[in-house]
Ligand binder design. Sequence first.
Ligand SMILES: C[S@@+](CC[C@H](N)C(=O)[O-])C[C@H]1O[C@@H](n2cnc3c(N)ncnc32)[C@H](O)[C@@H]1O
Length: 211
Amino acid sequence: MAAPPPPPTYVDANRTWVDSRVRHLVGLHLEGPALARLGARGAVCVEVGTGRRGLGTRVAVERFGARRVTAVDVHPASVDAARRRTRDLASLPGVQVDVGVADAAALPLPDGSADLLVSFHLLHHADDWRAVLAEAARVVRPGGRLALTEMTSRFVDAPWLRAVSRHPADRFSSEELLAAVRAAGFETAPERTRRWFGDRVVQAVAVRAGA
Ligand SMILES: C[S@@+](CC[C@H](N)C(=O)[O-])C[C@H]1O[C@@H](n2cnc3c(N)ncnc32)[C@H](O)[C@@H]1O
């Protein structure tokens, strides 16, 4: 049976917040540096759910030492916008940035081809977030890293947020997310994990097992 349609929302939070310059600055100057302190780094990087501003790609180049970034989003309009907004990065010496349409759960990349996979607030939107983690484990080489910033169900399920933003129903606590990261084949550690705002936002850098 088909899933019921999502409940109506009063405003579109993706337009008013996610695509905004303020959200971009929060990512660049707070979330990105915090992930760098937790150990995010890698020359060959994949960013999933790049959005209209190419946030994680910019953070990867400017903070994580990325030199080759493949950034994807499912929405073609977001991909076009992100491609325009990351053009300056692609013109830096030694830096290559490719932005394209792809599903984070089915990346057009070979096994073990990335040093780092970056995801800023994609998992709480993805239809099958565990499949995205499995795909991250396929694409990241052993010893490579997964850098996540995510809203937990404490945030996603707040009635005020449900009223203004569409998110799938079955989201995760920070513990459920970290357990799923480990089940996918990554190692987590308390010193590479940070919880914010009463466990409403979690950041983690996990290492692909098997090095
Ligand atoms: C909340 S926005 C985050 C945008 C940006 N990363 C940020 O933090 O500002 C989530 C993004 O993930 C994208 N997205 C959702 N599901 C996806 C999937 N399965 N594969 C790729 N992108 C996806 C959406 O189109 C959207 O751009």
